[in-house]
Design a protein around this ligand. Structure first.
Ligand code: HEM
Length: 311
């Protein structure tokens, strides 16, 4: 049998690949004979994916709510994936950094522009009924959203503005964790007692969060930026990409989210409580949270007016 040079080369490459892991090429070739051809549905796991939408009520718009949250979680995963590529890149260049930030921002842009699916895409009366079956769960309990934050910036920028002066890079992670800005939404704002919502969240994720905080202490996007040579840090495209990302996550998304929440929660008369029970109106505004991933990349004036233009 004539075997082309090209094929011979491929066989040799395969031989080397399997030798390296003490495997026999012949066994793998025999396996190929019996392997099922792949299909779209097996590869994408469509059946598994489409079996994850379980309603708690009979109201059709609850489906919109569930599926849109799931789409969000998938996009958060895509964002975390790209951040990891930047964080672990060998010989990080400004081109690669900028290109990956572009991907990340495109995903977050999708999340911000599509928030109207929540704001306009659900019947208010239905929402007000099915939300009662979701209490005390809240999007606040999205672990991936928190991971995106930890992976994006230094911890100090995620600390509640009221405690920043007493916390620095030597503060133990456990202590820093207790002073993260979002702890405020998990506490009764009058008594300071932690709510069931946050206690459950911490029971499930606190250990993972502390490990992740430690891992990204030197690998987060801001650290990676600061580790670049000074001249690279002045690269205009990179700086613009960083600023765009910061603004999209911390102002545009936050305002889209706030406006959706406002529409539904305020659609009822009487006391307006969020499912998570936070002092939501104050807590959710960027102006109040002052969550900024890359403060050094903004002017004094921009910092002073953070989130005000978006109101
Ligand atoms: C009608 C739709 C929505 C409403 C009314 C709403 C409402 C709220 C409220 C009131 C809070 C404050 C914490 C609390 O007391 O629960 C909150 C937090 C949060 N929600 Fe939503 N939300 C909606 C959609 C979404 C979606 C689609 C996501 C995407 C995963 C999401 C993710 C989050 C996150 C990550 C937080 C914590 C934000 C932070 O700590 O700054 N929410 N939401």
């Amino acid at each position: 049998m004539d075997i082309s040079n090209e094929r011979q080369q491929k066989i040799q490459n395969l031989e080397e690949k399997f030798n390296k892991i003490d495997q026999k090429l012949d066994t793998h070739l025999e396996g190929l004979l019996w392997q099922k051809p792949i299909t779209y549905w097996d590869y994408i796991q469509t059946d598994a994916l489409l079996s994850l939408q379980t309603q708690r009520t009979t109201l059709p718009d609850e489906m919109v709510f569930i599926m849109y949250h799931q789409v969000n979680e998938l996009l958060f995963k895509m964002i975390l994936w790209e951040i990891e590529q930047v964080s672990y890149a060998e010989n990080l260049t400004t081109e690669f950094f900028t290109e990956r930030l572009g991907r990340i921002s495109r995903y977050f842009d999708m999340l911000t522009t599509s928030f109207t699916i929540m704001q306009d895409g659900m019947d208010v009366k239905q929402y007000m009924k099915f939300r009662n079956t979701l209490t005390p769960a809240s999007g606040f309990q999205s672990a991936q959203y928190r991971l995106v934050e930890f992976a994006s910036t230094d911890l100090i920028n995620l600390i509640d503005a009221r405690y920043r002066e007493n916390i620095d890079r030597n503060t133990p992670y456990e202590h820093a964790f207790e002073h993260l800005y979002w702890q405020a939404a998990g506490k009764d704002y009058k008594t300071g007692k932690k709510s069931y919502l946050i206690n459950e969240f911490e029971k499930k994720y606190k250990k993972e969060f502390i490990d992740f905080m430690q891992e990204y202490n030197t690998l987060n996007l801001w650290r990676k930026f600061k580790q670049l040579p000074e001249s690279d840090q002045q690269n205009e495209s990179l700086r613009e990409a960083m600023r765009h990302y910061d603004k999209t996550v911390n102002i545009t998304w936050v305002m889209g989210h706030f406006n959706a929440a406002k529409k539904y929660i305020e659609s009822e008369s009487g006391p307006q409580e969020a499912t998570g029970g936070s002092d939501w109106k104050k807590y959710m505004l960027p102006q109040y949270q002052r969550r900024i991933f890359f403060p050094e990349l903004w002017s004094e004036e921009e910092l002073a007016n953070w989130g005000k233009d978006a109101l």
